[in-house]
Write a protein that binds this ligand. Structure first.
Ligand SMILES: Cc1cc2nc3c(=O)[nH]c(=O)nc-3n(C[C@H](O)[C@H](O)[C@H](O)COP(=O)(O)O)c2cc1C
Length: 180
């Protein structure tokens, strides 16, 4: 394997559940967002809308909507505490949404992965939030209207921040690869 800087960033990227509260500066954030905008898209449609939540008010508004989501029944106290930490301490959240035409799903996921790798190249890690964002906005349509363009579907949502104290072991890669 050729171990160039791009490969090092791909290998360095890890999913984090908790972040350091250190802010992400404008230049770093612009770099991450630009990487997303340069992802490939079906028929070069570039269908996405990136909602970058980073202001104190924006983060608090999302957190408020998140807190109003009812706890899933039977959730143990430790998990409930984590559930109550809406931003996992992250200074930035990015939601990628688009209409449902063509290859929007693939396009948005590719944009998010580009952003993850660009972030990792700067020492910034990420954490995909699969269901929570959709649940939050389903539960709070007013918040949805504030963050997501009308008619758009949410395809990808992730937190970004400098890594918290979690120690990440890369572990084995399990997918199969076949050369023919
Ligand atoms: C579609 C998708 C959904 C995910 N959902 C969550 C999630 O809801 N919560 C979470 O903590 N991590 C989530 N992850 C992160 C995965 O758990 C993580 O990518 C996987 O364990 C491999 O670890 P790594 O990203 O550090 O290599 C998700 C990842 C993907 C691609």
């Amino acid at each position: 394997m050729i171990n160039n800087e791009t490969m090092q960033s791909i290998l360095a990227r890890r999913s984090y559940k908790v972040f350091d509260s250190r802010p992400i500066d404008d230049e770093a954030l612009e770099t991450i967002v630009t990487a997303g905008l340069y992802a490939p898209t079906g028929m070069n449609r570039q269908p996405w809308h990136f909602t970058v939540i980073r202001s104190k008010e924006g983060l608090e508004r999302f957190a408020e909507a998140r807190r109003s989501l009812p706890l899933p029944p039977g959730m143990p106290p430790q998990a409930a505490a984590a559930f109550g930490d809406p931003m996992r301490n992250a200074p930035v959240m990015i939601i990628v949404s688009a209409n449902e035409e063509g290859t929007a799903y693939e396009d948005c996921c590719l944009a998010m992965e580009n952003m993850f790798i660009a972030a990792a190249s700067l020492g910034i890690m990420s954490g995909w939030d699969h269901a929570t964002v959709r649940d939050v906005f389903e539960h709070d349509p007013e918040a949805r209207a504030e963050f997501i363009p009308e008619g758009n579907k949410i395809y990808a949502a992730a937190f970004f921040g400098y890594p918290g104290p979690e120690v990440k072991d890369r572990g084995e890669r399990k997918g199969t690869v076949e050369y023919k």
